[in-house]
Write a protein that binds this ligand. Sequence first.
Ligand code: PMP
Length: 455
Amino acid sequence: MLDNDLTKVVSADRAHVWHHLFQHKTLEDKDPRIIVEGKGMRVWDQNGREYLDAVSGGVWTVNVGYGRTTIADAVRDQLVKMNYFAGSVGTVPGAQFAEKLIEKMPGMSRVYYANSGSEANEKAFKMVRQIAHNRYGGKKYKILFRERDYHGTTIATLSACGQPERVVQYGPLTPGFVEVPHCLEYRAQWDVEEYGRRAADAIEEVILREGPETVGAICLEPVTAGGGVITPPEGYWPRVQEICRKYDVLLHIDEVVCGVGRTGEWFGYQHYGIEPDFVTMAKGVASGYAAISCCVTNERVFDMFKENADDPLSHFRDISTFGGCTSGPAAALENLRIIEDEGLLENCTVMGARLLGHLNALKDKYPVIGDVRGKGLFCGAELVADRETKVPLSEKLVASVVAECDKRGVLIGMTNRSLSGFNNTLCLSPALIVTAEEIDKIAQTLDEALATLSV
Ligand code: PMP
């Protein structure tokens, strides 16, 4: 594109685009940033500035990196043959991708297509409510969610949101969602030895308080993403599974961030031996090359929608218009092939360990790093003003670290938790193709950025 065209693009953006999660007042004295091109791990802005992207497109999405021509080709070929058909019919890539995906998810069996992570989660919520209606006289309708977890932007998914700053201005919310305590050991809520078990016991306490006959499901992130990159403590997940079985509570794992390789397994839950009833996924499914999300269920859940088949209310009375787009599953199939053929899960594990090693070394060097957490290429460093009291570092200073990295050409992220004070975690999640040299460069840049903090 010519410079002149880009100048027009910047003006058009400034005049007409409303950016996500953004205070537009800040654009009064500077231009918006337009990302013009991407290749592998790198992107370029309108001024030709190059960045090493350590956040996979801002929000943990572009798992296979930028500029993948084979995905573009697969989508193009599919679009000219058959771009779309929705309703109660299937499509060729829809069937092919579902089969491939289920091969990676032993115990699961059905794929319900949608467009965004929020929508996939809404599908699961609706299934839980319908099961309650069909089987339990509408009584077992409540859905538990965890403090600090996030499941989407719609009003129902916000009703299942453990991050108050995303919620408080959008009430009234949808009834029937109940919060359970978080499991972050660094900010322990109980002084006990088996912390993971204790944190999971808190879920049982909520179920007993609400009445097990009213609780239909629990929705949890395997590793909490935007809530602070929270890896679960030892012993947490087995106990969660045990509790779900004990009270016949369906287990919904939100893999919108962790899904499709981000943590070094195909799915985050697979690190912990969990057997879920629902798995929702979005970002990494097609690495941002097409809008696609999936709500995957096991056969037990699926079968519940075949009971009393003569009743017109028995089947899942839900549709997603763009769940009929073939660009999504066509892109997703090729995305999966790339991850497999290029050994990206293995690379994710090795490079994730390297990144975590660097972050731990930086923690030894800088007292401002209170805690380092991560699984695969999904890492976080929680910054504190004081190691003893663990008071979170101010948002301004955390943002200054992000800005210093940006200045040096490396894009990193931070949590967006202004009300709770926990917008103090730096997020690092490069694409699964990242090399050792690039990991070292990210860490070196972070080192320089941390050195600029005068705390
Ligand atoms: N679940 C989790 C864990 C997420 O992080 C997000 C988005 N960041 C969502 C759900 C919602 O996905 P979407 O923005 O595609 O609706």
